[in-house]
Design a protein around this ligand. Sequence first.
Ligand SMILES: [Zn+2]
Length: 454
Amino acid sequence: MPAIHAKHAMLQQGWADNVRIGFQGGRITLVEPNAAPHVDDARVDALLPALSNLHSHSFQRAMAGMTERQADGHDNFWSWRELMYRFLDHLTPDDIEAIAALAFMEMLEAGYAAVGEFHYVHHAPGGVPYDALSETSQRIFAAAVEIGIGLTHLPVLYTYGATGERPLIGGQQRFGNDFNRFCSLVESAQASMRALPGDYAIGIAPHSLRATTPSQFKLTADAFPQGPIHIHAAEQVKEVEDTVAWLGARPVEWLLDNANIDQRWCLIHATHMSETEATRLARSGAVVGLCPLTESNLGDGIFNGETYLAAGGAIGVGSDSCIRISVSGELSTLEYTQRLKHRARNVTAQSQGSTGEQLYRRALAGGAQSLARKTGAIEIGNWADLVSLDLSRPSLTALRPDQLVDGWVFAANDNVVSDVWSAGRHVVRDGQHRQRDVIIDRFRQTMRALKNRI
Ligand SMILES: [Zn+2]
């Protein structure tokens, strides 16, 4: 039985010393505090349950750094999206796989053990389906298996170009499926998934209200009675205004009134919510998928965190555009945007004690729930999704165990991560992924060829 001996480990009831954690078949089978190490144990300083990254569009990692200059003096989410669509016109399935492999590797090195890939680039440029309808989903599977990251795949239903059932335009054609073809695509992806590791799962993702219709929500509920459902909601003020003009309700309000929002649901962003929406959503049992680095990068706005968290709302974090893949970056930005908004400190904490650890624990639970992944705590039966921190780093060396997450989130960066296990796969050692050089080399070649085509 592979086992880890940790000088300190973050368990559900708090930090414990000298903990042996054993696992078999990828699942935790032993948690023993105050234990001596065995000779073959992996030895680490501080061990935590690893987070799930609940929202990623991995292909966007290749655009990181390319859109940070002013074009016409009014750059916003919508002008960024234009650039993203143009970039998409040139991506091949090989490119999608190579870029996903790099992004997944960076997620593991940052300390994530699993990812929810919100996947909408289904077809060839112009919208012609590939011979296999789920071709690009299979490329995501191949990248995830090669890298060893846990995966909940979320094929996206994207039928319309904007609110009011407007047609797809330009780059959007690669995303497009009517409901029936979407069901065939999911079936095809599910069939390929049977050969994949046991911790892999599939859900569905109606892209947003603007890309779908009310009638599709009813069809979706009938066709997919189980598994996670993710949707982008209320990221942009214009999106809220367009939805009010079209459906007579704000996006979160409309979903709460019409879509049986419950624990299966993950609303990505939910940035612009009234007090009533925030309270109702918190009570629904759904998870809000926050992507603070991307939301900051795109200028989306600041989430109504104070109301939502005080009402007991569940949250997780996602790297979304993958502009920077960072656990500490997502959590510190989440807290700092709330501090700037309220001109106060430790705003997201709901009780005394470490703010970083409270946020981390909420994101563990929300990430696990939203990806339908049995993880989020060092407990027997859970997948062995684990991350260790190197306490010899100057930013952590003086801290008590109950201050370590604050050290990671607010004082350090992710280079304090030493090892990562995803469902027992020991994928990161001494801060580096096991295939780092090969993956980076292939990414470089991909980007060189892509730049010549754009
Ligand atoms: Zn997104």
